[in-house]
Design a protein around this ligand. Structure first.
Ligand SMILES: Nc1ncnc2c1ncn2[C@@H]1O[C@H](COP(=O)(O)OP(=O)(O)O)[C@@H](O)[C@H]1O
Ligand SMILES: [Mg+2]
Length: 375
């Protein structure tokens, strides 16, 4: 008896309308189709788009017929170009960066644009077994028929090899070292041996792999040098300016808000700017004007964190307020993001509130809202 749930068997349209979070290739199907139709540059084997069109999909732009491609990633163009180019070579791509720098996001969109499928995904954890990267067995079949291709359960990586598609491994450095090493043969010999069957799966052209890893995890399971050599490393930076970060946060919040059916805020930009400013100053350990040194709290205070604080604020404003994003809607979220360690972080936060926020022109309401929620 098969009890697997198969969303794939649903009608595409029906599935896309009802799932909570459609994959990038569905959300942006229209953009991808327009790009494919107007892209006359050479495409590597089995790529849905040329490298140029993949970069345009990520960075945004306008097509000759006027179709607007929305930016997915906001950041330096050359980073995206190097990442896309790597996927067209025999090296795999390692996206490295502190939490919340869009590593997962970029990897999903790259896979969607290159292969039309972002779902060939392995989530790396301390408990990731070898089978998650190589293959497993359907034990009922294995017992009934012995080892056979039918009894074999391919991993997403194996499926990507067979299909000539891009596979993704999230948080590679959390995976135990011996399990990581199973990737070495795959990436260097481009084959996955199945000793039980005396067979192998050879990667078809178009296969490549994107791994993401967190800068802060360094030392947990540092990549072996043998494995590291198979990767081209691209470091995703924090947004270079407050303006860039405000831009990223407002775009993502608007997108997420639409998917949650939240009304668009009449003008939430002031609050977004304040959240971003607070996060940047505490992260950098200095005020925006460079005059006052600050202590940094233990939390990551990433762009991703700012996005969720503002999204939550919008939901509060929509359901319990008048729909306008106000300081009181974001204050608790900011506090929760900043104060992770109740003792040390609270002192840092209070100092920052009194010395910086309180004195700032036009920030009185924000200061009061923060004071109110700060224990
Ligand atoms: N430079 C950026 N451009 C676009 N979106 C970004 C950027 N930085 C962060 N984000 C947003 O932050 C969110 C979280 O990113 P994520 O990929 O989960 O981070 P990571 O995997 O690096 O921890 C995503 O929704 C993404 O849209
Ligand atoms: Mg991630």
């Amino acid at each position: 008896m098969r009890v697997s749930v198969e969303p794939m068997s649903m009608e595409r349209g029906e599935a896309a309308a009802e799932v909570l979070r459609p994959h990038a290739e569905h959300t942006f199907a229209a953009e991808l189709a327009a790009l494919a139709a107007q892209d006359d540059r050479p495409r590597p084997a089995r790529w849905k788009l040329s490298p140029w069109a993949v970069a345009t999909y990520l960075l945004g732009g306008a097509l000759p017929d006027g179709t607007v491609i929305t930016p997915k990633y906001v950041g330096p163009r050359h980073i995206v170009e190097v990442a896309v180019t790597t996927l067209a070579t025999d090296r795999a791509l390692l996206l490295l960066g502190v939490p919340g720098t869009a590593k997962t996001w970029v990897s999903e969109h790259l896979a969607a644009a290159v292969s039309g499928d972002s779902t060939l995904l392995v989530q790396g954890t301390a408990g990731t077994p070898e089978e998650a990267i190589r293959y497993g067995w359907n034990y009922a079949r294995l017992l009934a028929q012995g080892p056979s291709r039918d009894a074999l359960v391919p991993s997403p990586v194996m499926r990507a090899m067979a299909a000539g598609a891009v596979a993704r491994v999230e948080e590679l450095t959390r995976v135990p070292a011996d399990v990581q090493d199973t990737l070495i043969t795959i990436l260097s010999e481009k084959t996955l041996p199945i000793p039980e069957l005396g067979q192998e799966v050879q990667a078809v052209r178009g296969f490549n792999l994107i791994a993401t890893a967190n800068d802060r995890d360094r030392g947990v399971n540092e990549l072996s040098s043998a494995l590291r050599r198979r990767f081209n490393t691209v470091v995703l930076p924090l947004p270079e300016s407050a303006e860039a970060e405000v831009d990223i946060v407002s775009r993502r919040v608007a997108q997420i808000g639409r998917s949650l059916d939240l009304p668009a805020p009449p003008d939430g930009l002031d609050e977004i700017r304040r959240v971003v400013t607070v996060f940047r100053e505490l992260r950098d350990g200095v005020t925006a004007d460079g005059r006052t040194r600050l202590k940094s709290p233990s939390g990551a205070l990433s762009t991703a964190e700012a996005i969720s604080v503002v999204t939550h604020g919008l939901a509060l404003a929509a359901h319990f307020g008048d729909g306008v994003l106000r300081p009181s809607d974001v204050a608790a979220g900011v506090l929760g993001a900043v104060v992770r360690d109740p003792a040390a972080d609270r002192v840092i936060w209070r100092e920052y509130l009194e010395a910086v926020v309180r004195e700032r022109d036009g920030w009185t309401d924000f200061y009061r809202a923060c004071r109110e929620v700060t224990p």
